[in-house]
Design a protein. Structure first.
Length: 209
């Protein structure tokens, strides 16, 4: 019997560093709206600390409405040119290959609108074949990851969810399995309620979780 019957992991944050994708999409929209984008480090700190988007738009001197920004963001963020800005986190592929040996099911669970672009990105980064299943959840729907997984028979003592957002931690809680928070992703550690905390996936001592 393998150590886990299910390992679930989010994509953006634990596996891919989305800092440059997020920032350049934001910068392009602000520029198109006649504003001035703040620098990347300030932007990312605000993002990780849940600063409201309307505050960000105000300090960026954005000349259009909040809805204009949001609609353009949703239309752009999964374009190939932005996805190509994502970077693989350190030693991710090596780590995932190790995990294949200790779990019956290694699942990628992510919220994306454009599945074909998701598959392009996974193949482009040599990730697709590492997972037993790719679960693409409804984007912008509350508890979408939990709803996509709730009918799976998971041993709560042998299941774990790895993520970097509040929804990921909530998904683990609803599934009654262990949670691992990646603290170098989309949220600062203080916003994440998890069983275990690690900076990066490569740091996880999964046999002790």
């Amino acid at each position: 019997m393998k150590l886990f019957n299910y390992i679930f992991t989010d994509l953006d944050g634990p596996i891919l560093d989305g800092k440059y994708k997020h920032y350049n999409c934001y910068k392009d929209i602000i520029t198109n709206g006649g504003g001035n984008a703040i620098d990347i480090d300030e932007y990312w700190e605000m993002k990780r600390n849940r600063v409201k988007r309307d505050v960000l738009l105000k300090i960026s001197l954005y000349g259009k409405t909040y809805d204009d920004y949001l609609n353009e963001w949703l239309a752009k963020i999964e374009e190939i040119k932005y996805l190509d800005m994502d970077l693989l986190k350190p030693n991710v592929i090596h780590t995932l290959k190790k995990w294949e040996k200790i779990t019956d099911n290694l699942y990628l669970v992510t919220a994306r609108r454009k599945k074909e672009n998701l598959y392009y990105q996974l193949n482009n980064n040599n990730l697709f074949e590492l997972f037993d299943k790719i679960v693409c959840c409804d984007f912008g729907v509350v508890n979408s990851k939990y709803m996509s997984l709730k009918n799976i028979s998971i041993d709560k003592y042998r299941g774990v969810f790895i993520g970097d957002t509040e929804e990921d931690m909530n998904t683990a809680e609803l599934l009654q399995i262990k949670s691992i928070a990646i603290t170098n992703g989309l949220r600062e550690k203080k916003y994440l309620k998890a069983n275990y905390y690690y900076d990066e996936i490569k740091d996880i001592n999964i046999s002790r979780c």
